[in-house]
Ligand binder design. Structure first.
Ligand SMILES: [Zn+2]
Length: 318
């Protein structure tokens, strides 16, 4: 009976969501930016695969023999408070569509893409918010912010407008397929979007703030932490060594997890939803940052034999 329910659930996921496609905007992500963003997506999809692969056999047949290994389950408990079947199914349903996005190498501003092919399960990635323009609404003539790629007005409180300010603290903003109060439903041919803050994206590329062996090694060295923690915006009290690995890949997992296609996670406590200290307190699969830390630390476990203690310090798994 239990297995039957699980199979039904999997069919539901596959039937409702299917595989989404993603496109990278060629105008805002011009030149080398295109390949940088593609590289971040490749990494994020690998991270999602490394979560789904150990979960899949257990979700299909939850016998002890199919249980993911202890390190994986310990990480699930640390970030989500429990490791029961509903929790694991919840995680699978969020990371499975993330790993399934397929890159489509088309011009997302072409009429072909806009009019005939675009779906809600698709994702468009932008490297700056310049496509959002100020213009007169064709509806009532009043001036408003407008998204010409989706033919829709942007409300004044939409966070994407904050990206236009160089002083913003935001790294990226997702526009999930949520229903606007004035609309009956998400319009048929609107893809979900993620837009990066251009100066911050360029800086992380210039400084090579990438999740790789070099950076992991540096982060795990205590001397670096004491030297650079003052540079981070979080207070010293809240900033932990593991937060040094909050790279663009983690930002992208965080933003993708907000999309409806990937389970519509939230920032559960506003500004107090980010960083290791808050993640540890929240322990929720509904919180985007918990999902991002889960994906990243799973890589530490798997590829670097490193784990993260409750206090955010690194510890060897060996
Ligand atoms: Zn968020």
């Amino acid at each position: 009976m239990r297995i039957g329910i699980v199979l039904l659930y999997l069919q539901y996921i596959a039937g409702v969501l299917g595989a989404g496609r993603y496109v990278i905007d060629r105008i805002s992500c011009s030149g080398s930016l295109y390949n940088s963003v593609k590289g971040y997506m490749d990494t994020v999809q690998q991270w999602a695969t490394d979560i789904c692969t150990p979960l899949e056999p257990y979700i299909q047949d939850p016998t002890p023999a199919n249980r993911p290994d202890e390190t994986f389950m310990n990480l699930v408990v640390r970030l989500f408070g429990k490791d029961d079947l509903p929790t694991l199914m919840n995680l699978y349903s969020r990371f499975d569509p993330m790993r399934q996005y397929v890159l489509v190498d088309v011009d997302n501003r072409s009429e072909w893409w806009k009019n005939s092919e675009r779906e809600q399960s698709d994702l468009e990635l932008f490297c700056n918010p310049d496509y959002i323009i100020w213009k007169n609404s064709p509806v009532d003539g009043s001036a408003t912010w407008w998204d010409p790629t989706r033919y829709c007005p942007i409300k004044n409180d939409n966070m994407i407008l904050d990206l236009k300010l160089p002083s913003t603290h935001l790294l990226a903003v997702s526009c999930p397929a949520v229903i606007d109060g004035n609309q009956e439903r998400w319009p048929v041919r609107w893809s979900e979007t993620i837009t990066f803050q251009p100066q911050k994206l360029q800086r992380t590329i210039d400084k090579d703030v990438t999740f790789n062996a070099k950076r992991v090694q540096k982060a795990a060295a205590p001397s670096l932490f004491s030297r650079i923690k003052h540079k981070f915006k979080r207070t010293d009290k809240d900033f932990k060594p593991v937060d040094l690995l909050d790279t663009t890949e983690m930002t992208l997992v965080h933003e993708i997890s907000h999309l409806v296609t990937c389970g519509a996670s939230m920032d559960m406590r506003g500004d107090r939803s980010y960083g290791w200290t808050n993640v540890n307190e929240l322990k929720s699969a509904e919180n985007a940052e918990n999902l991002a830390y889960f994906a990243m630390i799973n890589q530490l476990n798997k590829n670097y034999q490193l784990d993260v203690k409750y206090d955010g310090a690194f510890v060897s798994l060996n």
